[in-house]
Design a protein around this ligand. Structure first.
Ligand code: HEM
Length: 267
């Protein structure tokens, strides 16, 4: 009986984690498609004014450095969004280790660059939202930099278990911006009105809470994931699976909301 409970818990844990992964990767691919169609396409056509579809200050006439950094930021956003989740696929790691290594180098290098470009956009150019949002996304950048550093360090030292753990922390940090949009749209789907924030200034308690929820909390959830994975206790695996299942349902609804209300109308 004990053995059976253990087997069921292991299966549940594995399947819910796979469900989360598939939903997340599909959602991120749609986000990458949006970035490609909005920013890459308009850049290729020389139609820089189109950058301002989401916000009127993304392309600023005369601000060459700012425009260049924004362009670099969104260019890298596609690369990291498409490559990141693939790094976690065991089949690719075992069957195509060369791909994993090359794509890993590109990913880590891009992680540093996108964060530095993002910090410039936040603090030098000025971003959408208030001080709390700026501090929130700065934490996101710092978490990315720390996770990228340790993921590389342990890969070079061939400490694979530690490398894997830091890589998962990194993926979730790199997904923060995407999670922000998904859970923002989940909130909008639920309320059908801007509740808890001012849509003009894009500030308010809901957005402050959301920043913590998407930039900080996923790191604790990753820690819980590894605890559940390595734990012999079926109840820990059940608890984590249930939590991740609920989160994944939220991601499904939020992604549909983002596609219909945010990404498709802009491209
Ligand atoms: C690592 C994953 C990241 C991705 C995939 C990403 C993606 C994007 C995209 C697509 C935009 C254009 C806005 C839109 O069309 O939605 C954007 C804008 C921006 N990003 Fe990022 N970004 C990432 C990380 C960061 C980080 C770490 C920071 C800050 C440190 C940052 C700061 C900004 C800022 C300031 C803007 C301009 C929008 C605004 O004023 O709020 N990003 N990003």
């Amino acid at each position: 009986m004990k053995q059976r409970t253990q087997t069921v818990a292991v299966h549940l844990f594995r399947n819910v984690t796979r469900f989360w992964f598939v939903v997340t990767y599909l959602g991120q691919l749609i986000f990458a498609y949006y970035i490609l169609m909005l920013y890459w396409k308009s850049t290729a056509l020389g139609d820089f004014e189109k950058w301002n579809t989401a916000n009127p200050h993304f392309y600023m006439k005369g601000d060459r450095v700012g425009n260049l950094i924004f362009g670099l930021h969104v260019a890298l956003a596609v690369v990291i969004t498409m490559l990141g989740p693939l790094q976690l696929v065991t089949w690719i790691r075992t069957k195509a280790p060369r791909f994993h290594r090359i794509s890993g180098r590109v990913y880590i290098f891009s992680a540093f660059l996108i964060s530095i470009a993002g910090l410039y956009l936040t603090w030098v150019r000025g971003s959408v939202g208030g001080l709390f949002s700026a501090i929130g996304i700065t934490f996101n950048a710092l978490i990315i930099i720390v996770c990228a550093f340790f993921a590389v360090k342990y890969a070079m030292q061939r400490k694979i278990k530690l490398h894997n753990q830091w890589a998962v922390h990194l993926l979730l940090a790199m997904s923060g911006v995407w999670l922000f949009r998904v859970f923002f749209m989940l909130w909008m789907v639920i309320h059908r009105a801007p509740v808890g924030f001012d849509p003009e200034t894009f500030t308010g308690p809901f957005l402050n809470a959301l920043a913590v929820l998407v930039y900080i909390l996923p790191q604790a959830i990753v820690a819980f994931y590894f605890k559940a994975k390595f734990s012999g206790s079926p109840s820990t695996k059940w608890a984590f699976s249930l939590l991740l299942f609920v989160i994944t349902i939220g991601i499904v609804i939020g992604t549909i909301g983002a596609v219909r209300g945010m990404w498709l109308p802009r491209i």
